[in-house]
Design a protein around this ligand. Structure first.
Ligand code: PGA
Length: 252
């Protein structure tokens, strides 16, 4: 049984005060002993304060990005060890906005995944095709190379520290969710690919999240699919009521 994950990616939103106010409310809105793994990725500047505030809670923190070096002359970058020290247990890696605006590619993503795993952070590897690629029927091949190259030289036993998020770029922030069948088709494809790369046990245990305009009114249908193990939520994770509704989903 794969434990469902609901992860919020706040992107470049919220101050420290806004972060604490959000978590004060969120703690009241989700039951203790929930079977869901709840993760939030605030901006770097809020992480330490959030982690102090969440001491008594099961809500976990993710970084939105990491750099692969441990320390040194890399102005503006933050290492996996620093993020762990600030209270993170997870790191989102290779989000499409990082790939699009900051020129990340499968090779840099692979370096980041390796360094996250080395530090004991759980890596959330983001993959997904553009609209043009989908229309050219390249979805499977794009996702295949993102998964295979992103996870290059990672041993099967290290894969327990990896979560995959399938986020079709055309569905991110657009209000256009992939249909549940479209999402499930790609998730199943990724699972088969993982079986080929790492063996059946790994492929059965890796959580594959869907991301792209997830809302409280589509989460139940998504979570009813056998290969969708959770969601990576952008816009709808900024509002505490809507994020809590997504966390408290109820698959049909
Ligand atoms: P969205 O973003 O939910 O606002 O579409 C998802 C993401 O970018 O992870």
């Amino acid at each position: 049984m794969r434990r469902p994950i609901i992860a919020g990616n706040w992107k470049m939103n919220k101050t420290i005060e806004g972060t604490i106010a959000f978590f004060q409310e969120l703690k009241k809105l989700i039951p203790q002993g929930n079977d869901r793994e709840v993760i939030v990725a605030p901006p770097f500047t809020s992480l330490y304060a959030a982690s102090n505030h969440l001491n008594d809670s099961n809500i976990r923190l993710a970084a939105q990005d990491i750099f692969w070096e441990k320390k040194g002359a890399f102005t503006g970058e933050v290492s996996p060890g620093m993020l762990k020290n600030a209270g993170c247990q997870y790191a989102i890696i290779g989000h499409s906005e990082r790939r699009q605006y900051f020129h990340e590619n499968n090779e840099t993503v692979n370096q980041k995944i390796k360094s996250a795993l080395e530090e004991g952070l759980i890596a959330i590897l983001c993959v997904g095709e553009s609209l043009e690629e989908r229309e050219s029927k390249l979805t499977f091949s794009v996702v295949e190379s993102q998964v295979a190259e992103g996870l290059k030289e990672i041993s099967p036993d290290k894969m327990q520290g990896v979560v995959i998020a399938y986020e079709p770029i055309w569905a991110i922030g657009t209000g256009k969710t992939a249909s549940t069948d479209q999402a499930e088709e790609v998730h199943l494809h990724i699972r088969k690919l993982l079986a080929g790369l790492f063996g059946k046990n790994v492929s059965e245990s890796v959580r594959i999240l869907y991301g792209g305009s997830v809302k409280s009114d589509n989460i139940n249908d998504l979570m009813a699919k056998p290969n969708i193990d959770g969601a990576l939520v952008g816009g709808a994770s900024l509002d505490v009521q809507s994020f809590a509704k997504i966390i408290n989903f109820n698959p049909i």
